[in-house]
Design a protein around this ligand. Sequence first.
Ligand code: PMP
Ligand code: GLU
Length: 405
Amino acid sequence: MSFSLIARDIAESPTLALNEKARKLKEAGELVIHLGAGEPKNKAPIAALLSASAKLTEGDVKYTPTEGISMLRRAIMRYTEENYNRLPNSDNVLVSNGAKQALYNVLFSILNPQDQVVILSPYWCSYPEMVKMLQGLPVIVKPDDENFNQRVEDIDDYVTGDTKAIIVNSPNNPSGKVYSKEFIAELVQYCEERGIWFISDDIYHKLIFDGTQWPNPYDYTTKDLENTRVISINGISKLYGMTGFRIGWVIAPRKMIEILINIQSQITSTTSILLQSAAAGALTGVQSTVENLRLQMQNHRDVMMQELGTFDGVRVVQPKGTFYCLADFRAYGSSSVEISKFLLKKAKVVTVPGVDFGMEGYLRLSFCGPIKGIKEGVERIKWALDPNSPNEIYIGERKLVRDWL
Ligand code: PMP
Ligand code: GLU
């Protein structure tokens, strides 16, 4: 069979692949601990469920406008006004199948073959693959220091006449880093002056800890929504833990939204009205889920930091948002894929190799699962890697003895 060069070059999403692997191992009776997961365990808000089930009961399930139902677009407009201090018009909003499709549509609308997109490392694993799917060139900029800080003067070294966009994800998946307001302000200015799109992936912007202020990129441009180069991507997956509802959106100039609608109308048309109704319900309902999730994740973060703190060979920067941390495991090997495989085989713990996020030798550890799993997961990792830890461990009823260190 012959497949296109582009298709053959695209890697599988490692995060989704690991979810599947963990599920299969659990089904097979293995006591797996999933520190790879990118979704919290909470139930969807009741307002979301009621709103979707009302539509289902009415049997009113048809195509909707490609850009999304007006009830949801209005809710997104209000959300944007409240959280970004900008009130978009309805024609600045497009609803997509998750933030993932929203982002892909945006890249589709701006890239010609060989155009470049600057991606700040560590980065979410799908960014480079999406750029490659569109025949563009991902240009990775490594952080300036071990705290994952970036500097505009370093980014400037990677910008060429073919640079169409810079993708910024803050709070950052996989590191939990929140970029400083000085950095965001400078980078927004830089993009506005050069006509480069500043694509702000804000999917974790409310999952933020310790009173940290989220730098809102729109605060640093004087241009209005029709003329700014700032584009915001957001969605309900992380905000309400509604990952399976597949609703995300873009806020962009009207002219871009028109193109995005054309693209989406030829690929997926609209998203399901049931899911759009659920999203509208979540956005207009009681907002306690968001704060509850945030507090829970902050607490889980503290537990994860405490556990990793007892692990001499591992270095980790405290995340200020998201539900991930990116820990440096280079003391235990140079290949993150090998370390991750080893941990799954020996300790039945799922982790995501840092190489998929541009940071070889690191592992992404998620703390969105239960506290018991975080504690036991780190204990098992320590047992597998650290010669100073006791060499026996119980996984369920099974006693395992370490014989490789
Ligand atoms: N951006 C980042 C940084 C993510 O981690 C994810 C994964 N959920 C997405 C975008 C896509 O989110 P969605 O579920 O809305 O497609
Ligand atoms: N974004 C999540 C993660 O990074 C979910 C999986 C995905 O969409 O890639 O784990």
